[in-house]
Design a binder for this molecule. Sequence first.
Ligand code: SF4
Length: 72
Amino acid sequence: MPRNKKKGETAVKARVNESCIGCGLCVSTCPQVFEMTDEGIARAVEGELSAEVAGAALDAQAGCPVNAIEIA
Ligand code: SF4
C-alpha cells in the first residue's frame, strides 16, 4: 500500500555513489542538496527531496561528469 506523502515532498532521494571525483559541480548547481565532505567528495542530504529542490537536484545529476548522482 502506498504511503502518504507529506505535502511538498517528492518521495525521491538523492545519493552520491563511489564514482564521485569531487569536482564540486553538483554543489554549485544545487547547494540545497549537495555538499562537499572533508574527504573531498560530494554527499547528498538525507531524506526525501522537497519539490522545491528536486528540479535543481536533477540538473545536478545531469551535469555530473561521471554519473555519480543517483536520484530515485
Ligand atoms: S558533480 Fe558528480 S563528480 Fe562532481 S562532486 Fe558532484 S557527484 Fe561528485
